[in-house]
Ligand binder design. Structure first.
Ligand code: NAD
Length: 369
């Protein structure tokens, strides 16, 4: 009996539906080749859902995600909804509630730059002769973004104002992200760097001790190192490949993963996975898979978007939520082959001939074939 992959498709706004079409075509092809059955439907999310249903995350969309084993997400937001109050804006009103609802605590972001695309990186090319190939694992549901108290208070009768955010972590939260990092490190070079600020922050002292103890107890095969976050920011820009997998808390990961995206060139090539605390019906992690970039309103409707980030996000879905490593790796190889052979959308063409979203997708489908 063929394996059924049940996932919810939330394409979103602007280029979201364009690149999602590409990813679904690739998934259909791989499913036909590997004897898999796809069971998916598209659901409204983001600004287009606000327009159609009055909510960035309609109850019917959330229910469909609940019933699925994974979410393939496009991107949401854009100028059309930027005048809404911050809380009602598509990213905040759709993506953050999804992360919270499914406790998507582990954000996995590959930082991948093929050597042939070195030119896309702002780093001196001689520093990255083999491109970049690292992975950032960011804790996504704890830390200073969620801790309480979180408030702004008028002081001295309004003469001054004080604002407070709270950084808080539990040992159990650190252990579960350490477990994800160990799995990622095991699938690569078995090297893990934990990034913190243990010279200043109590949460980082707990972070460092917990990661050290957890790796010692559960993964003696992994070589663990520690680095302060300020140094990590410098080392990423100096010599990114000294890292293989690094794991860090929410705010540090927010900043470092964006730095990593910049040094890796175009957002059109970068995928991400956010894994939840719960298992899906197949016993794998429930996850949300999306490109690292946004809805690129500047490209929408013109066939200019690079579909690779969305296609590579679909590959991550096959790997993590469906346990289909071989199918995932085949998609990744096909994307790499097409790009390195010179078929490129504008963001990675460096002034050379550029193909459309559709042509790029066709080339990847042909390579898979
Ligand atoms: P963006 O990531 O959409 O675009 C930044 C730059 O990267 C643009 O020049 C864009 O053309 C380029 N780019 C992004 N994806 C690309 C692709 N697939 N192919 C080629 N080039 C690509 O960031 P922005 O312009 O700051 O934000 C646009 C909207 O997207 C905003 O409303 C923002 O809130 C939203 N956003 C959504 C998400 C999400 O849904 N997860 C993430 C980031 C931003």
């Amino acid at each position: 009996m063929s394996k059924t992959l049940k996932f919810a498709v939330l394409a979103g706004d602007y280029i979201g539906p364009e690149v999602m079409r590409s990813a679904l075509r690739v998934l259909e092809k791989v499913a036909a080749q590997d004897g898999l059955t796809l069971d998916y439907a598209e659901h409204a999310v983001g600004g287009s859902a606000i327009d159609a249903h009055g909510s960035a995350l309609p109850a019917s969309t959330l229910a469909a995600c609940e019933a699925a084993d994974a979410i393939l997400f496009g991107s949401v937001g854009g100028p059309k909804w930027e005048t809404l109050p911050p809380k009602e804006q598509p990213e905040r009103a759709a993506l953050l509630p999804l992360r919270k609802h499914f406790t998507l605590f582990a954000n996995i972001r590959p930082g991948l730059l093929y050597p042939e695309l070195r030119e896309a990186s702002p780093l001196k090319n001689e520093r990255i002769p083999d491109g970049i190939d690292i992975v950032c694992i960011r804790e996504l549901t704890g830390g200073i973004y969620f801790g309480s108290p979180k408030r702004t208070t008028a002081l001295e009768g309004g003469a001054d104002v004080e604002a407070i955010d709270t950084m808080v972590y539990r040992k159990s939260e650190i252990e579960r992200i350490a477990a994800v990092a160990i799995t990622a490190a095991r699938s690569r070079k078995k090297r893990l760097c934990s990034v913190d600020k243990a010279n200043v922050l109590e949460t980082s002292v707990l972070w460092r001790k917990t990661v050290s103890d957890y790796v010692a107890a559960h993964a003696p095969d992994i070589t663990l190192s520690h680095m302060y976050v300020d140094n990590a920011a410098m080392q990423l820009a100096r010599e990114p490949n000294q890292f293989d997998v690094f794991v860090t808390e929410n705010m540090f990961g927010d900043i470092l993963s964006d730095e990593m995206a910049v040094i890796c060139g175009s957002l059109g090539m970068l995928s991400s996975a956010s894994l939840g605390a719960r298992q899906n019906s197949l016993g794998n992690p429930f996850g949300l898979y999306e490109p690292a970039g946004g809805s690129a309103p500047d490209l929408a409707g013109q066939g200019l978007a690079n579909p690779c980030a969305q296609i590579l996000s679909a590959a991550l879905m096959l790997r993590y939520s469906f346990g289909l490593e071989a199918s995932a790796a085949r998609i990744e190889r096909a994307v790499r082959h097409v790009v390195t052979c010179g078929t490129r959308t504008g963001d990675i063409a460096f002034g050379g001939p550029a193909v459309s979203t559709e042509e790029m997708t066709e080339a990847i489908l042909a390579t898979l074939g």
